[in-house]
Design a protein around this ligand. Structure first.
Ligand code: KIV
Ligand code: ZN
Length: 498
């Protein structure tokens, strides 16, 4: 009989802390519903005191999901905790996640305090949170660099104060897997009352060891893994949900099990990637475009003879190639609607009609319309609500001539035209847009990726635009990469407050 590991997803809190990955409340609710559908046990919905947007996201997610626990983050500050409790008012299973830094670095430099004072504050925040909810999770920030003896004292004290879950974050991603496992083991063996609570791992990936550390923690007694979809998160990111879940599924000898429906992994990954404008690296384990692609002849031959010769996971188990219905120019509205719904996109009849029209245009250009294309079309439908829209774009470029772009933008119903040159067609198109929108906008990042293969493929463009010191991410996909670039630029520009 396997032991149950609870999956705590913090895509919408720690993951969303990445500059440029911000989602609005509606988008966060969409992601939360997808996480619920996939079987996530606890959804960390935000840090309510940090902004009105975070407060409303926690509130709306609390209303929208049914069985998962909804969790809100706080510092060890009473006003944070009160506001978190308010935001969680509608949650069926609310949890407050409060805590404080416990490493010498945090105690000395962040708080200019002493270990004894921090211990008192830790007890204080848990006791205060208990006045509002039964389920209180405590985090010992930078536990990875906290000496085990002191960490054990803090953990024992907060358990006595009523904490139900103890989170041991490796905040800086510093620990070695053996060291992190030892830490959990030490707590399991030295803390009174540890058997009454759940120990959680929360590992960052600064040295590429987040997944290894999480698994080491689970092997040594932790029963909650804190993760994000695609491993997104600040700096090098958090532990990725898909890796941890698939390790448990593949290594049955660990006797660890989760509630995750792994067949929903690929879709959730794509949805989060496209909504957060965060491309997944092609060789990313489990969800990367190449994760199951065998290009060498020897591998292809081996896989064809027996999949297990070179594949340890059946791609179907993570929801890849699951769709038997192939979408082509002959597919009807119902097939498109079915595929959109299976990808978590719901549309009204009018929206579906508009999307279907776009679909037919794309299907005319492509032999087969794949899931990524469908998500791209759904994204176009989101772009339809932009204040600044691309009306038309004409670019002339080639060898031996200077690229020129003419563009027409629709800004809140009014049409504006401009023409510009550039060092390439994309540069020319962006310069033309800048002539119409006279703000100081700098392209800080620009990435073009193919969805699939072949020269008829759709290109995805991710762009980061800086305006007044704030970064705005944009995304677009189009079979014309210059158009995709202009649309991605406009997607970012639409996020700039005017
Ligand atoms: O990395 C970390 O320590 C955190 C805590 C706030 C849980 O994200
Ligand atoms: Zn973190």
């Amino acid at each position: 009989m396997s032991d149950r590991v609870y999956i705590f997803d913090t895509t919408l809190r720690d993951g969303e802390q990445v500059p440029g990955c911000r989602l609005d409340t509606k988008e966060k609710v969409e992601v939360a519903k997808k996480l619920e559908e996939m079987g996530v046990d606890i959804i960390e919905a935000g840090f309510p005191v940090s902004s009105p947007g975070d407060f409303s996201s926690v509130q709306e997610i609390s209303k929208a999901v049914t069985w998962p626990t909804v969790c809100a983050l706080t510092r060890a500050v009473e006003s944070d905790i009160k506001i978190a409790a308010e935001a969680l008012h509608f949650a069926k299973h609310p949890r407050i996640h409060t805590g404080i830094g416990t490493s010498p670095y945090h105690i000395k430099y962040k708080f200019n305090s002493t270990p004894e004072e921090i211990l008192e504050r830790a007890i204080g925040c848990v006791s205060f949170a208990k006045k509002f909810v039964e389920d209180v999770q405590f985090y010992a920030e930078d536990a990875g660099r906290t000496p085990n003896e002191y960490l054990a004292r803090v953990v024992e004290a907060v358990i006595k104060a009523g904490a139900t879950v103890i989170n041991i974050p490796d905040t800086t991603g510093y620990c070695l897997p053996s060291e992190f496992g030892e830490k959990i083991k030490y707590l399991m063996e030295h803390v009174d009352g540890i058997d009454k609570v759940t120990i959680a791992t929360h590992c960052h990936n600064d040295l590429g060891m987040a997944t290894a550390n999480t698994i080491s923690g689970l092997i040594n007694g932790a029963r909650q893994a804190e993760v994000t979809i695609n491993g997104i998160g600040e700096r090098a990111g958090n532990t990725s949900l898909e890796e941890v879940v698939m390790i448990m599924k593949s290594h049955r000898e660990l006797n660890l099990d989760t509630n995750i429906n792994t067949r929903k992994i690929a879709r959730t990954s794509r949805m989060v990637s496209s909504m957060m404008n965060m491309p997944v690296q092609p060789n990313k384990a489990i969800v990367g475009r190449n994760a199951f692609a065998h290009s060498s002849g020897i591998h292809q031959d081996g896989v064809l003879k027996n999949r297990e010769s070179y594949e340890i996971i059946d791609p179907k188990d993570v929801g890849i190639n699951e769709n038997a219905i192939v979408l082509t120019a002959r597919s009807g509205r119902a097939a498109l609607k079915h595929r959109l719904e299976s990808l978590g996109v719901k549309m009204t009849k009018e929206e579906l009609d508009a999307c279907y029209e776009q679909f037919l245009k794309l299907a005319d250009k492509k032999r087969e319309v794949v899931d990524e294309d469908v998500l791209m079309l759904a994204g176009k439908h989101r772009a339809a609500s932009h204040r600044i829209k691309l009306e038309w774009l004409q670019v002339s470029a080639g060898v031996g001539i200077k690229p020129v772009a003419s563009i027409c933008l629709d800004i809140a119903g009014e049409k504006f035209e401009a023409c510009a040159t550039g060092n390439g067609p994309v540069d020319a198109a962006i310069n033309a847009i800048k002539k119409i929108i006279s703000r100081k906008m700098l392209v800080q990042e620009f990435l073009i990726q193919a969805f699939d293969k072949g020269s008829n493929d759709v290109g995805k463009v991710h762009i980061t635009v800086e305006c007044d010191g704030v970064f705005h991410n944009g995304f677009a996909a189009n079979s014309d990469i210059v158009a995709a670039s202009a649309e991605a630029f406009l997607d970012a520009v639409n996020k700039i407050p005017y």
